[in-house]
Design a protein around this ligand. Structure first.
Ligand code: FES
Length: 155
């Protein structure tokens, strides 16, 4: 971790106003903000660690736990909800080995829900690693997850 962090810090001067871009770079590198990196950022910017946490928790983009290699986002917006999003969420969760939103222990999947992914005409919809899949049924969800797992060589 040390080495990657030092490389990131090399791109900055350690100013307070650089905290957000530093957090972004650290998260890009680790997929989340490890505890130790928060301490190091505090040291580097000479800003109290509590303030670094303050900034990071203010923005929804920052995470404090690692994310899975596959990122699935189920839309729970109105259009998707009325067209069966709860059942889709249940099906996705069951197929990746989760009970609800979260990350699997093997870090293979992270499942989240969002308010709308901007393609309500395709409801119910999800994104799988940023790619939108719409007009879903439980069966299509099963097939999609299986096909994607095949691509990753994880099945
Ligand atoms: S409500 Fe689901 S895409 Fe908009």
């Amino acid at each position: 971790m040390e080495e990657a962090l030092s490389e990131i810090f090399l791109q900055f001067e350690g100013k307070r106003e650089e905290i957000i871009p530093i957090l972004q770079r650290v998260q890009e590198n680790y997929t989340y903000l490890p505890e130790d990196s928060m301490r190091q950022i505090a040291r580097f910017t000479k800003v109290p660690e509590s303030d670094i946490y303050g900034v990071a928790t203010f923005y929804a983009q920052f995470r404090f736990t690692p994310t899975g290699r596959n990122h699935i986002c189920v839309c729970r917006g109105t259009a998707c909800h009325v067209r069966g999003a709860p059942a889709i969420l249940e099906e996705v969760a069951a197929n990746v080995g989760l009970e609800d939103e979260g990350t699997t222990e093997d870090l293979e999947y992270t499942l989240e829900t969002v308010a709308c992914i901007g393609c309500c005409a395709l409801a119910p919809a999800i994104t799988y690693n940023e790619e939108v899949h719409g007009n879903l049924t439980k069966n299509k969800v099963r097939k999609l997850i299986k096909a994607e797992a095949g691509k990753n060589g994880s099945e």
